[in-house]
Design a protein around this ligand. Structure first.
Ligand SMILES: [Zn+2]
Length: 74
């Protein structure tokens, strides 16, 4: 069963990604709701739940760049 995405602003069911034009405002149902969300950000009503952690982020990058055991350096 495929979960039907809904607009986070008004709760309207959002057309699938295959729907023509749907991707332009995804995950919102329309440009209007997309802008409403944007304005909420500007107003500071939204807060970032997880603060950025530069150190951990760099560790993740190091792991990605580490060739590991799959590609031994000779
Ligand atoms: Zn909406």
């Amino acid at each position: 069963m495929i979960a039907t995405p809904t607009c986070p602003i008004c709760g309207t069911t959002v057309p699938p990604a295959s729907f023509p034009g749907a991707s332009q405002s995804a995950p919102f149902c329309s440009k209007r709701c997309q802008q409403v969300d944007l304005f909420r950000w500007f107003d500071g009503k939204y807060v970032i739940a997880e603060p950025l952690d530069p150190e951990r982020h760099l560790e993740d990058l190091a792991e990605l760049q580490d060739p590991g055991e799959e590609y031994p350096v000779e």
